[in-house]
Design a protein around this ligand. Sequence first.
Ligand code: NIG
Ligand code: FE
Length: 409
Amino acid sequence: MRTLITNIAELVTNDQLVTNDEQAQDAVGQRLAGDSALGILCDAAVLLDGDRIAWVGEAASAPTDADEIVDAAGQAVIPGFVDSHTHLVFGGDRSAEFAARMSGQPYSAGGIQSTVEATRAASDDELRTRLASFVAELHAQGTTTFEVKTGYGLSVADEERLARLAGEVTDEVTFLGAHVVPPEFDNGMGSDGDSDDYVTLVCGAMLDACAPHARWIDVFCERGAFSTEQSRRVLEAGAERGLGVRVHGNQLGPGDGVQLAVELGAASVDHCTYLSDDDVSALAASDTVCTLLPGVEFSTKQPYPDAKRLVDAGATVALASDCNPGSSFTSSMALCIAIAVRDMGLTPAEALWASTAGGAAALRRDDVGRIVPGARADLVLLRAPSHVHLAYRPGVPLIERVWVAGRAI
Ligand code: NIG
Ligand code: FE
């Protein structure tokens, strides 16, 4: 099946070399400097062949042998969002905790335990049904690739089933057994107590059970969760099993998460709310993507990180939702873009790049996040003439149509 989408006012390709936008042309090659990074084609068309993109160019020279023609009616087409950080397999609800926070209670990692309890109590079918509704929610909002973490099971059997269920909906499964120390191991002594025994379990039997379902290993390297040395143990054990490394770090305060991630060659370090100058320089000099999660600061009333500082330094920045029941219960990448533009110093172009190509970089993928021949046919037709509207019209549903691997949903 060959589908031609034509009459596109603005086609965002994320391929800097492809642009007929005069304003952008002067600046082609400037990394993330503005619209040039998006490789915008005006008056464009794109041909999908099965699950792949077959051709991209000006509408006037589009192939004429398509089976189906979609008229974009002068609106914009962008790559599907790549949400590189979610926690979508869980039971229960923490709306009361959110409401209390909005009245002044601080966020603490301790809330995770209540989701662990509810998740352990839920059956596979209950978790599967909920996960399916989240996948529909993501797709409807233009997210076409997403990562899912475990981390609300925290026993060998529960982590294994969360990894298995996540693997039913995505190839990007992350084993996060080291999310927090579960109550049965926690003697309140932090890294001096039985939390080391829990880390031993994570690196041993739990990793054995989860690795076959996972592509990544992650750890919450933070005061109140896991120490730097414990985090290193977990990540090295995962890497030895062939898993790629990701880190939750520098979320609740300054810490070693970023430096550890860079040292271990992690694909991404996520949150990065509190960064020192050394952290920013280390990220800029590395291949580790800095994934910012604006939904967390929004929902926990923490200060937003300065994304412009990171981009100016030369770090690669991604935006992701961190969709989870505690710190950020949104799956809207458009909301993340709007916040990043309004409060974190990114231009609309940089924010869109970070939520598409940036997310792909954080997952070390080159087949998604771009509209170029050979890439997976993941596209979003906006109900707007330009990507700028994603930030300019916050909260407005602008997703007109979504294709996932060439299939309109
Ligand atoms: O990414 N930082 C640790 N984990 C999640 C929060 C999970 C929760 O509060 O349930 C996060 O923010
Ligand atoms: Fe997270």
